[in-house]
Ligand binder design. Structure first.
Ligand code: SAM
Ligand code: SF4
Length: 367
C-alpha cells in the first residue's frame, strides 16, 4: 500500500508489528508481521476491521435505533452488490482482516447471499480472517445454512429481551419466536452465536441476569451495550441510558466476574463468569471510552466511509469507485480518509445533552 503524499508519512506512531519498506522513490509501503499490507491511522492504530452497512432498511423499528416513521435512502443512491464487493475487496487488499456486514438489517437486502458468497473467496485465499454479520435474527431461519456454507462461523444476534410482549414493544415490529427459531437454526448449522443486548433502564435491566444464564446455558456469549446518542428517536435517551458500570457492580454481588483478555476484534471487554463458565462482554462507549484501541472504520451502503461512529467527518468512496475501473483512485481516497481518522468520539448522555451526538442513525453507519 502506498501511504501518505510524497515522502511524508501520515502515521505518526507505528505499531511494533508494522514495518516500512521503500519500494520506490517517494513511496512508503506498510506491511504487518505476515507481510500483508496494513493501514495505520495518525494515532498509530492499525485499521484492520471494516463494518459495512449493506442497507439502511430494516424489518424492525427498535426504539433506541429508529423512529417509527423512517425515511430511507432512495434506491438509486445505494451501491449495487457488485460495487459493495469491489469496495470490500479493495479494503481487504489494503489490510482489512475482519469484515462485518451489518445495517439496517443485512439479511433483508435482496440477494445479499450473493455478496456474502462472493466475499467468501477472500476467506479461502487467507487474506480475510473473518467474515461475519450482525443481524436481528428475523431471517436466520432461511439463511443459516447458506451463511455457514459461505465460510461464516460466528454471528452476532441482537436480542434485548426474552419476553415476547416486551420484544414487540422494543422492536415495534419484531416477533421473538421467529428470532428464537432463527437462533436454533443457526446453531444447528454450526454458527457460533453472540447475543447483543442493549441495556435499557426501566425496560430490560431486570432481565440481564436471566439473559446471561440463558445464553451461557445455550453455549452463547452475551454482550451488553450502552445506548448511544445516534440519530433522532421518538423517546428520551436520558430515560433509556443505563451505565454498565452499575450493571457490572450489581452482578458482582452474586457472580464472580474475572477479566479475561478474550478479544473478537470489536470494542467489547470480556469477563468470564465463574458460576456459569460463560463469557460476558461490556460495550461501554459512554461510561468507559474505548477509542484508544479502535481498529475500525465503517462504510455505508452509499459508499460513504465514516472513520468514527461518533463523528460527522466522512469520505465519499462512491465517486472514486465509479470514476475508474482501476482501483487506484479508490485506494488513494481510502488512504486520505484513514489519515483523517479522529482520536475518538465525545458521547455524553445526561439531562443537558439529550440530543444525538451525530444526526445519522446507527442503522445508517452500521452497528
Ligand atoms: N439490524 C441488525 C441488528 O439489530 O443486529 C444490525 C444493525 S444494528 C444497528 C447493530 C447493533 O446496534 C444492534 O445490536 C443494535 O442493538 C445496536 N444499536 C442500534 N442503535 C443503537 C444505539 N443507539 N445505541 C447502542 N446500540 C445500538
Ligand atoms: Fe433494525 Fe437492528 Fe436498528 Fe433494530 S437495531 S431497528 S433490528 S437496524
Amino acid at each position: 500500500m502506498v501511504w501518505g503524499t510524497g515522502n511524508q508519512l501520515v502515521a505518526a506512531k507505528m505499531e511494533p508489528s508494522v514495518s516500512e519498506t521503500t519500494p520506490g522513490a517517494g513511496e512508503i509501503k506498510l506491511t504487518d508481521s505476515t507481510g500483508q499490507s496494513s493501514m495505520v491511522d495518525p494515532f498509530g492504530r492499525m485499521v484492520s476491521y471494516l463494518r459495512v452497512s449493506v442497507t439502511d432498511r430494516c424489518d424492525f423499528r427498535c426504539v433506541y435505533c429508529m423512529s417509527e416513521n423512517m425515511t430511507f435512502l432512495p434506491k438509486k443512491d445505494v451501491l449495487s452488490l457488485e460495487e459493495l464487493d469491489r469496495l470490500c475487496s479493495a479494503f481487504i487488499e489494503k489490510g482489512v482482516r475482519k469484515l462485518r456486514l451489518t445495517g439496517g438489517e443485512p439479511l433483508v437486502r435482496r440477494n445479499i447471499m450473493s455478496l456474502i458468497e462472493g466475499l467468501g473467496r477472500h476467506l479461502e485465499s487467507g487474506q480475510l480472517e473473518e467474515l461475519t454479520l450482525t443481524t436481528n435474527g428475523s431471517q436466520l431461519g432461511r439463511f443459516a445454512h447458506q451463511l455457514h456454507d459461505c465460510g461464516v462461523r460466528r454471528i452476532n444476534v441482537s436480542m434485548d429481551t426474552r419476553n415476547a410482549d416486551k420484544f414487540h414493544e422494543i422492536t415495534r415490529w419484531g416477533q421473538l419466536e421467529k428470532v428464537q427459531d432463527g437462533i436454533t437454526a443457526a446453531q444447528a448449522a454450526g454458527l457460533h452465536i453472540k447475543i447483543n443486548m442493549v441495556a435499557l433502564k426501566d425496560v430490560n435491566a431486570d432481565e440481564i441476569e436471566d439473559m446471561m444464564r440463558w445464553c451461557h446455558d445455550g453455549g452463547m456469549d452475551l454482550t451488553l451495550i450502552e445506548t448511544m446518542p445516534l440519530g433522532e428517536i421518538d423517546g428520551d435517551r436520558t430515560d433509556q441510558y443505563l451505565p454498565l458500570s452499575r450493571v457490572r457492580a450489581d452482578l458482582m454481588e452474586r457472580y464472580t466476574l474475572e477479566d479475561i483478555p478474550y478479544k473478537t476484534g470489536g470494542p467489547a471487554r470480556y469477563v468470564e463468569v465463574k458460576e456459569t463458565g460463560g463469557r460476558l462482554g461490556f460495550i461501554t462507549p459512554l461510561s468507559h471510552n474505548f477509542c484508544e484501541s479502535c481498529n475500525r472504520v465503517r462504510l455505508t451502503c452509499t459508499g460513504t466511509l465514516y472513520m468514527c461512529l461518533g463523528q460527522d467527518d466522512a469520505a465519499d468512496l462512491r465517486a472514486p469507485l465509479r470514476a475508474s475501473e482501476s482501483n487506484e483512485p479508490l485506494s488513494a481516497a481510502i488512504d486520505e480518509a484513514i489519515g483523517r481518522k479522529p482520536k475518538g468520539h465525545d458521547f455524553i448522555i445526561d439531562r443537558e445533552h439529550n440530543g444525538p451526538a451525530v444526526t445519522r442513525h446507527m442503522s445508517v453507519t452500521g452497528g
